[in-house]
Design a protein around this ligand. Structure first.
Ligand SMILES: Nc1ncnc2c1ncn2[C@@H]1O[C@H](COP(=O)(O)OP(=O)(O)OP(=O)(O)O)[C@@H](O)[C@H]1O
Ligand SMILES: [Mg+2]
Length: 308
């Protein structure tokens, strides 16, 4: 059995003249939670739905659990769970009915009550789907993806509309899937979500992967965004400096302060977060947003690294 759950090489997708996906390569290992991030229209849903067998690709190689989803193999359907970006396909069915029905299409479905509890739908078992709130309907989508106990789960913005507590619960659910050895491919616009649950992420922009790696590594080793050092000067103003080399900068700053017999008050060093890297790679205003507080600390030119 291949170690890879998903293997994508040179994937392209055109809608008429417009090329939405422009040569994407990535791998998702079995037992991994992999996050696709990127702005609206970047090509995430297009990519995911090609992997699900819902859209045809224009070019490239795609393998999902060893199958070509473009051929819509039967074997694949029973091993995969899906949350589509668009919701509300099952408006007239009751929650428990929907879950039992979906579960019956899989060889080893999970217990329906367990899935109801897992997704916080207790008390809504007999509710008709169309009477659910937006967030509850989204929970039903997630429940439907899990009830077949699939080994691979595609989640396209699964927690959109969730309240903060429900989002945390969904994270736990997704982590527990990983603990069970399942593979998860998700898209999200919540960078804290990606940071919290994804083993690796890829940031897509304009149909290409801009960067890929573990969320923590993108911040500390990517070289895309910089460390932020803040301290207070003699007049009580916060000075912020950005650097690729915090060790040297801190050495210089603290050395100079000690030589003056001073302390650097309010000193802090922050690693670039996934959000810093994301904004740097995807937003035209990123440089403005990261402008230094003090004019005496110019940004300098930004170094680009480890990009694809
Ligand atoms: N069926 C379609 N016909 C024509 N163009 C499409 C179609 N589906 C998507 N597109 C275009 O392809 C691009 C990528 O769309 P896609 O839905 O994959 O983006 P996304 O990354 O999922 O965005 P979002 O974060 O908004 O969900 C967009 O410019 C979109 O307008
Ligand atoms: Mg989408």
């Amino acid at each position: 059995m291949s170690e890879l759950a998903i293997d994508v090489r040179g994937l392209r997708k055109s809608y008429g003249e417009f090329e939405a996906v422009r040569g994407i390569d990535f791998e998702v290992r079995r037992g991994e939670v992999f996050g696709l991030l990127g702005p609206n229209g970047a090509g995430k849903t297009t990519t995911v739905e090609i992997l699900e067998g819902y859209r045809e690709r224009s070019a490239g190689h795609v393998s999902v659990l060893g199958f070509d989803p473009g051929r819509r193999p039967r074997e694949l359907r029973a091993r995969v769970g899906i949350v589509l970006q668009s919701t509300g396909l099952y408006r007239h069915i009751r929650v428990r009915e929907a879950l039992s029905h979906f579960g019956s299409m899989y060889p080893h479905p999970r217990d329906v009550d367990e899935v109801i509890a897992l997704t916080g739908l207790e008390g809504k078992e007999d509710a008709v789907a169309r009477t659910l709130s937006g967030g509850q309907l989204r929970r039903l989508d997630l429940a439907l993806a899990l009830v077949g106990d699939p080994e691979l789960v595609f989640l396209d913005e699964p927690t959109t509309g969730f309240d903060p507590a429900a989002r945390r619960t969904a994270w736990d659910t997704i982590r527990s899937l990983r603990d069970l050895g399942k593979t998860v491919l998700l898209t999200t616009h919540y960078l804290d979500e990606a940071q919290a649950i994804a083993d690796r992420v890829a940031i897509i922009k304009d149909g290409r992967i801009a960067i890929e790696g573990a969320p923590d590594d993108l911040g500390s080793n990517g070289g895309v965004a910089r460390y932020r050092v803040v301290y207070r000067n003699g007049t009580g103003r916060d000075i912020e400096q950005e650097t690729d080399d915090p060790t040297t900068l801190l050495h210089e700053l603290t050395g100079a302060a000690l030589a003056r017999g001073e302390r650097l008050e309010g000193l802090s060093v922050a690693r670039p977060t996934l959000e810093d890297v994301y904004l740097e790679l995807t937003s035209g205003q990123a440089d403005e947003a990261a402008a230094p507080i003090d004019d005496a600390a110019p940004l300098g030119s930004r170094r680009r690294g480890k990009r694809r």
